[in-house]
Design a protein around this ligand. Structure first.
Ligand SMILES: Nc1ncnc2c1ncn2[C@@H]1O[C@H](COP(=O)(O)OP(=O)(O)O)[C@@H](O)[C@H]1O
Ligand SMILES: [Mg+2]
Length: 434
């Protein structure tokens, strides 16, 4: 917990591949707002030491400055709280009299953070900050933060431990009976168009039908409201942690520069650091087409990630796939998908850049057809599984899902499914991603 004086230095601990306990990897040192990193000698002496992310933090002695334009290495920043987490921490610590720095947020947030890093004040003793609570308790605490109410102890402690995971929406971290770790995403008072947990759940399920590697999801309820559970991709079944970086980190851009990051830029990095002979272009292209098809225009650089094994990067399962509010037929993706900067949310625009992803025009057209039929064929089933209400599923088909605008420029007509009704024998109980 930070005091009124922000820390000048913190120790970075990491989980080496296959290990279930962390080791100290190095130290962060802040000077005038810039945070440098140095690997520890004990870490460098380990046979199994890996670089935390070679493009920024190559393994070796000496102080490493952040890349030009950054105040802190992106791979470290990825483990820091985002808008939601900072809001919880601010509400808990009371901003105003405190001058919270990046290191303050790193040490105030919980240990169960993105990827395989944690931050500690000691280089020799690892003390996890990972108190948790039931889903209902965490949910109640999240509602209180949203409503600007003071959090009672020990709810505050439990919720604050979940702040290390990023994003802007209210959320908490949860483990189930067998230790599987989930991110619980709650509804928000600003959700006025449709029920976001259900719509996001249905979209994630549709993504799987569309051939995308996507995180497992479940929809459940708590305190009478719907909650989406997303299974974590950065945890192993045995309790280990997998290193991961956001696409923002891959791009080398700062938060301010995030809007200039493009899909081709990410493709370049993934290709350069890939350990596989399977090209990543087609998988990325399919995600772009899917995002266009479901009006997910929030596909920014923190909503894509890759797993890092010390040598290679691999695109992570997809997450945070959710339709946005949509009026009319024109829209744009958050990240440009063509080197020319094109980001228009149409299949035609996506197909026009297919070659950049190693696909021919007819391959790209097949991807579009695949994605469209996955959505039309499985819409009712996915909506059932995610418990999307009748009203939402009807209103969203042809608006968020397969808006007519996505066909602009293509000489195609297509039919939306005749019915969005729940199938005769809907899944009982909690909906479940397949
Ligand atoms: N399944 C997951 N496994 C591991 N980390 C995840 C997963 N889903 C999201 N994250 C991390 O948590 C952050 C916030 O989650 P996200 O679903 O994007 O929430 P929000 O809707 O608030 O943006 C992401 O930017 C990513 O770093
Ligand atoms: Mg997000």
């Amino acid at each position: 917990m930070p005091t009124s004086k922000p820390p000048q230095s913190l120790f970075v601990w990491t989980w080496l591949p296959g290990d279930t306990t962390p080791v100290v990897a190095g130290r962060l040192i802040e000077r005038s707002g810039r945070v440098d990193f140095v690997y520890g000698e004990s870490y460098l002496r380990r046979d199994n030491a890996i670089s935390l992310y070679r493009p920024e933090l190559p393994l070796g002695p000496g102080l490493i400055a952040p890349l030009p334009g950054l105040d802190l290495a992106g791979s470290i920043r990825d483990g820091s709280p985002d808008a939601w987490g900072r809001r919880v921490i601010d509400s808990r610590l009371g901003v105003g009299d405190l001058d919270l720095t990046e290191l303050s947020y790193l040490i105030a947030s919980g240990s169960n953070r993105f990827g395989a890093l944690d931050f500690q004040t000691s280089p020799t003793r690892y003390v996890p900050r990972d108190e948790t609570a039931t889903l209902d308790e965490l949910h109640e605490a999240a509602i209180m933060v949203e409503e600007g109410r003071a959090l009672p102890q020990p709810l505050a402690e439990a919720l604050i431990r979940g702040t290390s995971i990023g994003g802007a929406r209210p959320k908490a971290l949860l483990a189930d009976g067998d230790g599987t770790q989930w991110i619980a995403k709650f509804s928000s008072s600003s959700d006025t168009h449709f029920s976001v947990p259900n719509a996001e759940g249905a979209t994630m399920i549709l993504a799987r039908h569309a051939g995308i590697d996507v995180c497992d999801v479940r929809v459940t309820s708590s305190l009478g409201r719907e909650v989406l559970l997303v299974r974590r991709f950065d945890r192993t079944a045995s309790g280990g942690r997998i290193h991961a970086v956001s696409a923002l980190t891959m791009s080398g851009e700062s938060e301010m520069g995030a809007r200039y990051v493009t899909y081709p830029q990410i493709l370049n990095v993934l290709t350069r650091l890939s350990g596989s002979r399977m090209p990543v272009g087609p998988a990325l292209f399919r995600r772009i087409v899917f995002n266009v098809a479901v009006s997910n225009s929030d596909d920014h650089a923190r909503n894509h990630a890759a797993l890092w094994d010390g040598e290679h990067l691999r695109l992570s399962p997809a997450y945070d796939l959710c339709p946005g509010p949509r009026s009319g037929q024109t829209a744009e993706q958050a990240m440009a998908f063509g080197r020319s900067g094109i980001r228009t949310s149409t299949f035609h625009a996506a197909i026009s850049v297919a070659a950049e992803y190693g696909l021919s025009t007819s391959d790209a057209r097949s991807v579009v057809d695949d994605v469209v039929s996955a959505i039309t064929d499985h819409y009712a089933e996915a909506a059932d599984q995610a418990r999307l209400s009748e009203a939402d599923r009807t209103a969203m088909l042809g608006r968020q899902f397969l808006n007519p605008g996505v066909w602009h420029g293509l000489p195609t007509t297509f039919a939306l499914p005749a019915s969005t009704a729940a199938s005769p024998s809907p899944d009982q109980g909690s909906g479940e991603g397949d």
